[in-house]
Design a protein around this ligand. Structure first.
Ligand code: ADP
Length: 163
């Protein structure tokens, strides 16, 4: 069975990567797909986010990387994915995620949304927290893959982060 893991990944964090690694062990194939959201101005261009994910997942079997706009259920159909994966960090994620899951199910009952609980030590991580820390020169090496840390340093015009 194939799964679709959609998100903004702006940028990919170790929390996202943990979810990808765990789902790769559960499914025959996992499509990690960057949503091109016209309503959001991303910090990293689409191509750079795709490259960050490709680099960080190159050690994993069965993981593909793609992008889409439009309806997630429609992209799931195109990919042949019967499952949409989402991560749950805390109760605050729940209400929003449940609303999307119900909406997607009403659009396409044959696609199931599956939630994976975030690893406890990554539950504080979000792309926006990472960017906030990086903006002010904090060390993000325990929050993001090495390539993403370099991209963040460039984005905020810092030669590197203190270790
Ligand atoms: P979106 O804008 O679609 O919420 P994100 O890139 O923020 O995109 O998140 C994509 C998915 O990854 C969501 O299901 C989110 O709950 C999950 N996620 C975000 N941060 C983490 C984390 N630290 N650990 C595990 N899953 C996470």
């Amino acid at each position: 069975m194939r799964a679709l893991y959609p998100g903004s990944f702006d940028p990919l964090t170790l929390g996202h990567l943990d979810l990808i690694e765990r789902s790769a062990a559960l499914f025959d194939g996992v499509m990690v797909a960057v949503l091109q959201n016209p309503g959001k101005q991303p910090s990293f261009p689409l191509e750079q986010r795709l490259e960050q994910i490709r680099q960080a997942t190159s050690h994993l079997q069965g993981v593909e990387v793609g992008s889409f706009d439009g309806l997630t259920v429609e992209y799931a159909r195109i990919c042949g994915a019967r499952v949409i994966l989402r991560g749950l960090r805390a109760l605050t994620d729940f209400e929003f995620e449940l609303q999307i899951a119900h909406t997607n199910r009403s659009l396409s009952p044959q696609v199931e949304t599956l939630f994976l609980a975030t690893a406890a030590h990554h539950s504080f991580l979000s792309s926006s927290v990472v960017k906030e820390v990086a903006r002010f020169g904090g060390d993000v090496s325990h929050m993001v893959p090495a390539g993403v840390a370099q991209d963040l340093a460039r984005l905020f015009n810092r030669s590197s982060f203190p270790q």
